[in-house]
Design a protein around this ligand. Structure first.
Ligand SMILES: CSC[C@@H](O)[C@@H](O)C(=O)COP(=O)(O)O
Length: 341
């Protein structure tokens, strides 16, 4: 890519929007076919939006939940109950618990509704700033002119804007370090095919969709230099839970000498969880596997097993990029140096 044909990154997608008395969410279940917004006016509707994946992606889930607490306060709902209910919406992404703990601490300190609103806004704004900073840190690791691969959707849709892994890709493209992106389709929910490709095409970033099962073949060709993914929870030893399929990408990357980068804000780091073995993996309805776009594709009577995250051991990760710094070849000591200092 020469400097004359480097795409302009517009970064205009803001999928979680506060409108004073309601939370507007771009419904990610319908993209890219429909750009439809839903309005949440109480904590219960935010709970359902998170549980049913209208809003998804670890940072976006936390941000939406924080606004759910503000809505509970505005409507005079019992706050302890709202906090507990929102917390139960999804189990793996620790950003959800992290954001609710921040809101809970403000409530315990006697915050009124306006103060809670300021806290939710701070959570949202800090996420955007973290993403921009991680973009620069991650892009600096990539040699100019590289092709990279990503998985799931870690972009503006999954965060307050810009994205984590996709933020590094946006920054890398702007800096001329990334010339081509390969996005895995991310079966069964198709976050890569439906959401990441939507974001990349909007930004004019050269991108090709691949079937998840084409990843090893692509890596063997020598075409991609980095696999860049997000995270839902990073344990104290660097083990990383992320979208199902991430682990097999890390294994294939190590086998083929391709570097593996995890990009996540500090709100995704869970120093209270010792290793990936202690992370709860969300199991979702088998209907997500047995149907495509709501249409049954598998014989009636068939059963399915649908874990939606897996854990990549730290030993397969070359770099964890956070807004607090980069941890190369992560270990307990390396994580501790950045996260308990
Ligand atoms: C910046 S998003 C990071 C992760 O949350 C992302 O990679 C992922 O696994 C999303 O899972 P999802 O089930 O779509 O919420």
């Amino acid at each position: 890519m020469t400097s004359t044909n480097i795409p302009q990154i517009h970064d205009t997608i803001r999928a979680v929007q506060w409108h004073g008395d309601r939370l507007r969410l771009l419904d990610q279940r319908l993209l890219p076919a429909e750009e439809k917004w839903i309005d949440c006016r109480d904590s219960e509707s935010v709970y359902h939006a998170i549980k049913d994946l209208a809003v998804r992606g670890a940072p976006a889930i936390g941000i939406a939940a924080a606004w759910g607490v503000v809505l509970a306060a505005l409507r005079g709902e019992p706050l302890e109950q709202a906090l507990a209910h929102l917390r139960s919406a999804r189990p793996t992404a620790v950003n959800l618990m992290w954001a609710l703990d921040r809101m809970k601490a403000r409530i315990a300190a006697g915050a009124d509704t306006q103060a809670l609103e300021r806290e939710a806004k701070a959570i949202q704004d800090e996420d955007l700033a973290a993403n921009r900073h991680m973009g620069e840190l991650g892009a600096a690791l990539i040699a100019p002119g590289s092709s990279v691969m990503t998985h799931c959707n870690t972009g503006s849709l999954a965060t307050s804007g810009f994205g984590t892994a996709l933020g590094v890709i946006r920054a890398g493209v702007s800096a001329g370090r990334i010339q081509q992106v390969y996005a895995g389709e991310t079966r069964p929910w198709q976050q890569g095919a439906r959401l990441t490709m939507w974001e990349l095409v909007r930004d004019g970033i050269p991108a090709k969709l691949i079937a998840d099962s084409a990843a090893s073949h692509l890596m063997k060709s020598g075409e991609v230099k980095w696999v860049i993914v997000g995270a839902d929870r990073i344990a104290a030893n660097g083990d990383t839970a992320n979208k199902i399929g991430t682990y097999q990408l890390a294994i294939a990357a190590r086998h083929h000498g391709v570097k593996f980068m995890v990009v996540a804000p500090s709100s995704t780091v869970d120093m209270a969880t010792a290793s990936g073995d202690d992370i709860e993996i969300e199991l979702r309805d088998s209907a997500e596997l047995l149907s495509v776009a709501g249409r049954r594709t598998v014989v009636e009577g068939a059963q399915a097993w649908n874990p939606v995250f897996d854990v990549t051991p730290a030993s397969l990760i070359d770099a964890i990029v956070t807004e607090r710094g980069v941890i190369e070849q992560p270990t307990v000591e390396g994580m501790r140096a950045v996260f308990t200092a």
